[in-house]
Unconditional design. Structure first.
Length: 419
């Protein structure tokens, strides 16, 4: 049994009311009575509380209005306290508990009604993860969302989270194949969709019982990289315009440091420090948020010395990807190799999809190839633990997959040590 009383405890003419909360722990004669108290935020005058609050026959309209307002507020406070008491149980009830209950009364936690359809839920997912993921991840999430919007329009019905099952996976895979997307692109989007649904399930939203059985399978693709000979051709390339020389030097910096374009194009002189006579580049990787310290090779220092210790002129990712192809073409990297590149689905459509085929190697060169070439060409020369540190891969398995090494390749490398 619990009761709530309100008291005027101040010597001032106007003050906030106090709460006196009474409850019995146990039953019968052996029960223990407890009395705890704290303040409310409801302010009244001493005259009102002692002379007017309990009056039953009142003609003064102002007093009637105040009585109605005060009694309604006190009733809400009482109900809130008793509800919390019944939910929490007596073992947790003390002065601090009552103080916390009153704090919660005046500072209610806003309850957000979560959306049940997948596309709307993605917006909630982005908001809840905004301090945990990078801008590049948010961009990828937006890409998935836009594809789902087109798929929803294609199906002409709303995609609910609970409907993401094996049949849904098959349908969206068929749709994306029909739209010309590569199998690995489809697998990546399916993984994102499953992530959204698992997040929703943790928030109490109904999901399909088949969700855990949805698997996104990737296929092995050809990894394009430049050989040491092709790197040398780039290094010795002459008669370049100022712009193309800058692009070539950025590529070599990415090769010698093993970094992504999101990182190496941000490099600046102030990131370099010397330790024991060795130049070290210190920065935070954008994708992984890891603080990195990478040694600068003599080749890198030679590139910087061309510009009085400064890195080449900044350029956008898009322009870099465009011009590095031209540089590689000038370097004679024209051997036809198997790979995939984005091609327009129809002339003038403005829609591009990756298409596999045989292409001159320079056409397949993009920003990530410097990093992959560094990892591939140095595998077996530099300990793998050092290489994966520089590239930022969290596991050796991920690193070996990145450079497309098979069990046979690993066995051959091991044979060098076993004789």
């Amino acid at each position: 049994m619990a009761t709530v009383n309100f008291l005027y405890r101040s010597t001032r003419d106007t003050s906030t009311l106090n709460i006196r909360f009474l409850y019995r722990e146990g039953s019968g004669d052996s029960g223990t009575d407890h009395i705890i108290g704290c303040k409310t935020n409801l302010e009244v005058s001493r005259h009102y509380w002692t002379k007017q609050h309990k009056l039953t026959r009142v003609k003064d309209v102002d007093v009637i209005i105040q009585q109605t307002s005060v009694r309604a507020e006190l009733s809400k406070i009482e109900t809130f306290i008793l509800t919390a008491f019944n939910e929490d149980g007596v073992k947790e009830v003390d002065k601090q508990w009552l103080t916390n209950v009153i704090h919660n009364y005046y500072n209610p936690i806003e309850t957000v009604e979560l959306p049940l359809d997948l596309i709307s839920y993605i917006e909630h997912y982005k908001t809840s993860k905004k301090n945990e993921v990078t801008n590049s991840t948010i961009k990828k999430i937006n890409v998935v969302k836009h594809k789902l919007e087109r798929f929803q329009e294609y199906r002409n019905r709303v995609i609910y989270i609970k409907d993401v099952d094996i049949n849904f996976k098959r349908d969206i895979e068929d749709y994306m194949l029909q739209e010309g997307y590569a199998p690995n692109t489809i697998a990546r989007e399916v993984k994102y969709i499953k992530t959204f649904c698992n997040h929703a399930r943790k928030n109490g939203i109904e999901t399909s019982k088949q969700l855990e059985y949805i698997l996104a399978r990737t296929v092995k693709v050809d990894s394009i990289y430049l050989t040491p000979e092709e790197i040398e051709n780039l290094k010795t390339l002459t008669e370049l315009s100022e712009r193309l020389e800058s692009i070539r030097d950025w590529f070599l910096i990415s090769y010698y440091t093993g970094q992504r374009i999101s990182d190496f194009l941000r490099f600046k002189k102030e990131m370099i420090r010397n330790e024991q006579g060795k130049p070290l580049l210190e920065f935070t990787q954008q994708k992984t948020d890891k603080l990195m310290t990478v040694p600068l090779s003599s080749e890198c220092i030679a590139i910087l010395n061309k510009r009085d210790g400064e890195f080449p002129k900044k350029i956008s990712d898009q322009k870099y990807n465009f011009y590095i192809k031209r540089v590689c073409e000038k370097a004679g990297i024209t051997q036809e190799v198997k790979g995939s590149k984005k091609v327009e689905t129809e002339d003038g459509s403005g829609i591009y999809r990756k298409q596999e085929g045989m292409y001159p190697k320079w056409e397949l060169v993009t920003s990530h190839i410097g990093r992959r070439s560094f990892a591939t060409n140095n595998y077996g020369k530099i300990p793998t633990s050092f290489l994966k540190y520089v590239t930022g891969h969290s596991t050796e398995t991920m690193f070996l997959s990145y450079i497309n090494k098979s069990n046979k390749d690993i066995a051959l490398e091991l044979s060098k040590y076993l004789g």
